[in-house]
Design a protein around this ligand. Structure first.
Ligand code: GRF
Length: 198
């Protein structure tokens, strides 16, 4: 592991936060030279917030409806991340589409995890889309975030076999195992080379 100080992460979540927990675990086990400077959610009731607070990680929710428009909301998110001196922004199940207003504040320093092999099946319900299409291999993708939804440069992917009797739940669970491995690995690779791109 490099000698540089831990890479300061801002983790954006909307739900249960299992990917966030995988990041925490990788940090705790010394596999990832990073520090969760701030967890931010657009949903005050997100279980991820409780999980973060339980390990004494700074965590807070900002609600879109408390701001006059999307741009003001995104600037508020960016301001909190900057106050926490976040270097890399990780979207880990953040279900709110971000516009260039936010993306420009962290140009080239935002990554996302998506539960399909992009460019196939972007957007919501990726696992259902994959099953409906009948693909035999799916997986997950970590990519840089641009203004094209799920469309930025791909950093890494993991493949998962689709079983003939898979349901959305069973396929999602198998993909999630790979997400939990891949996302911390990618962040570790980014941290090793920071500020160069991987
Ligand atoms: C994951 O499947 C991720 O790929 C997608 O949203 C889900 C978040 O799950 N973007 P969790 O909140 O990390 O458990």
């Amino acid at each position: 592991m490099s000698e540089r100080p831990p890479l300061r992460l801002g983790i954006l979540v909307s739900g249960r936060g299992s990917n966030m927990a995988a990041i925490f675990q990788a940090i705790d086990e010394g596999r990832l030279n990073a520090w969760p400077a701030l967890v931010l959610s657009d949903k005050p009731a997100a279980p991820a917030l409780e999980k973060a607070q339980a390990r004494n990680t700074a965590a807070l929710a900002l609600r879109r409806k408390d701001y006059p428009d999307q741009a003001a909301f995104e600037l508020a998110l960016a301001a909190e991340l900057k106050k926490a001196q976040v270097e890399l922004v990780v979207l880990a199940g953040f279900m709110c589409l971000l516009s260039p207003v936010f993306i420009n504040e962290f140009e080239g320093r935002i990554i996302n995890i998506h539960p399909a092999l992009l460019p196939s099946f972007p957007g919501l319900d990726a696992q259902k889309q994959a099953l409906d299409y009948g693909v035999k291999i799916s997986g997950c993708t970590v990519h840089y975030v641009t203004e094209v939804m799920d469309g930025g440069p791909i950093i890494a992917q993991a493949a998962v076999q689709v079983a003939p009797d898979d349901s959305v739940e069973t396929l999602s669970a198998r993909i999630l195992e790979q997400e939990h491995r891949l996302l911390p690995e990618v962040i570790a690779a980014i941290a090793e080379r920071w500020p160069e791109k991987v």
